[in-house]
Design a protein around this ligand. Structure first.
Ligand code: C2O
Length: 551
């Protein structure tokens, strides 16, 4: 592989959407940010310089970061933030991955505007395990907020109530024609008949899982989270924050005399959504034979709209996620852990804390909303967890006693389930090198059931099982798929259900795991694993780079 160099200048830029202009944090003045391209096996050096008045850090979401945990990015987990005027060069190698990932700010809610695609091409000369596409196009979903997202975040923390929802969903930063004052800000995918396009879908939204569909066209899913899957074809798919999905879209064989909307709208069991005011649309625009190569939309043509599932259609979500299976071919085997060294059961969900004296809280019975894993709401320290882990100076920074089971008994009894106890703390779960881990995550919530996209840093895992109601440790494991389960870095804990994953702890360091709904992360739905070094040199975390930011 070669070394690819990128310069990321974090700077403010004025951006106008929905008839309002806002100064936002960007990389290089671009929104969405620049695309990072590498080939499998390449080294990547990204020189990040912070020119804004806030602390910053960037995460390379889904990059394994083997031995290079210092480049992972979450603030106060693997690094101190990059302060104003400072530079930090993230250095990592893209090992054993190919497909679509993405990068985003990993401090406060700055990822609202600081994000972009990571495209990992296969090694030179290695073809895709599907027909070569005519063109490849990143399609990044996001959310646009008219208000300042840092204000919204601090309100979510201080008032202890649910935050405002965004003003629009976006495709590649554009809300599209269904919002007021937005028709000119529409993503257009220009296509020609009879060709296949690879859409690299990324959900970079802060707080919403999304359905996506293209009117009168089908989507063939070929890869998720930079791992190939057994191809399957759908009209609509679901993608949660943190997830990436590559799909093939084949255009009509002849010019159709029509244009087609593509659209995304939220999946949420607790929040209503309706087609017209919470739908982002882009346009699939066919190139008319004989017209100039960059046509503008022919308004005389009919425009077809896709039908999306109802906002709380969990059945649809389940039927989609159960179709996801590893390709498991000779060339791309599924190396599922057949035996397990440690089993863990985590409850995932919202709960409540007593309302602090000087606040009015909006949680049930005047409590403050909180969120937790096994009833522990992680409090981040004022130095990086990885630094204290590496230097052995963990005393007073964190305790290695994260509970392997919930602190309070959990029984899923319907709506709402009954475990709302939350304790704050900085507790890590320590794992010896190469531990084979099985983790069952069970949804629970004070508000009612809710789905949570859980993201694990530093690893891919296999999704060996999922179900609804209480996880049954006696009978459910017999149904696990240990042959071709999907391998990924972000998985939905089903609303009112559970999911079981397996991974091999072969990457030493401190690895964050959290709900990728930003409001839940903020409320504490986050924990971290401390994976110990192995004995061989290539089993150890490398020393920190000399330009490592200081707190
Ligand atoms: Cu994409 Cu810790 O996040």
């Amino acid at each position: 592989g070669i070394t690819r160099h990128y310069d990321f200048n974090v700077q403010m830029a004025n951006v106008t959407r929905l008839c309002g202009t806002k100064s936002i944090v960007t990389v290089n003045g671009q929104f969405p940010g620049p695309e990072l391209i590498a080939r499998e096996g390449d080294r990547v050096h990204v020189r990040v310089t912070n020119h804004v008045a806030h602390n910053m850090s960037i995460h390379w979401h889904g990059i394994r970061q083997l031995q290079t945990g210092w480049a992972d990015g979450p603030a106060y987990v693997t690094q101190c933030p990059i302060q104003t005027g400072q530079t930090y060069v993230y250095k990592f190698t893209v090992t054993g991955q190919r497909g679509t990932l993405w990068w985003h700010a990993h401090i406060s809610w700055f990822r609202a505007t600081v994000y972009g695609a990571i495209v990992i091409l296969p090694k030179l000369g290695v073809p895709y395990p599907f027909p070569a596409p005519h063109e490849e196009v990143p399609v990044i979903f996001g959310e646009w907020w008219a208000a300042d997202t840092e204000d919204i975040m601090s309100k979510a923390l201080k008032v202890g109530g649910a935050p405002n929802i965004s003003d629009a969903y976006t495709i590649n930063g554009l809300p599209g024609p269904l919002y007021n004052c937005s028709a000119k800000d529409t993503f257009k995918l220009k296509v020609t008949p009879g060709k296949t396009y690879l859409l690299r879908l990324i959900n970079a939204a802060l707080n919403d899982e999304l359905f996506f569909s293209v009117a009168n066209h089908t989507l063939t899913v070929v890869e998720v989270d930079a791992v190939y899957v057994k191809p399957f074809t759908v009209k609509t798919l679901v993608i949660s924050p943190g997830m990436t999905t590559n799909v093939l879209l084949t255009t009509k064989p002849v010019y159709p005399n029509a244009n087609f909307y593509m659209a995304a709208a939220p999946y949420s069991v607790i929040r209503p959504g309706t087609y017209d005011n919470t739908t982002v649309a882009g346009i699939l625009e066919y190139h008319k034979p004989g017209s100039p190569s960059t046509p503008s939309l022919d308004k005389t043509l009919p425009l077809f709209k896709p039908t999306l599932p109802f906002f709380n259609d969990t059945k649809f979500v389940t039927s989609f996620t159960t179709k996801l299976l590893s390709l498991a071919s000779k060339q791309y085997p599924a190396a599922v852990q057949q035996s397990v060294d440690r089993r863990f059961f985590f409850t995932i969900g919202l709960g409540t804390l007593p309302c602090p004296k000087n606040m009015t809280c909006q949680g049930p019975n005047g409590t403050q909303f909180a969120a937790a894993v096994n009833n522990v709401s992680l409090v981040l320290p004022s130095m990086a967890l990885l630094q204290s882990h590496f230097t052995g100076l963990s005393r007073g920074v964190y305790a290695s006693n994260f509970p392997a089971m919930p602190l309070s008994p959990f029984n899923y009894t319907g709506t709402p389930p009954n475990n709302t106890h939350v304790a704050t703390g900085t507790r890590l779960l320590s794992l010896p090198y190469n531990t084979s881990v099985e983790l069952v995550m069970q949804d629970t919530s004070v508000l009612g059931i809710e789905s949570h996209p859980l993201h694990l840093h530093g690893y891919n895992f296999f999704v060996v099982g999922q179900g609804f109601g209480n996880y049954d440790p006696t009978n459910d494991p017999a149904k696990f798929n240990l042959v071709d389960p999907v391998e990924r870095n972000t998985v939905g804990v089903p609303a009112g259900g559970w999911v079981a994953i397996r991974f091999l702890a072969d990457n030493p360091g401190v690895w964050f795991m959290h709900c990728h709904l930003e409001v839940h992360t903020t409320w504490g739905l986050r924990m971290a694993w401390a994976v110990q070094d192995g004995t061989k040199p290539n089993e150890k975390l490398l020393p920190p780079p000399s330009d490592m930011p200081k707190c």
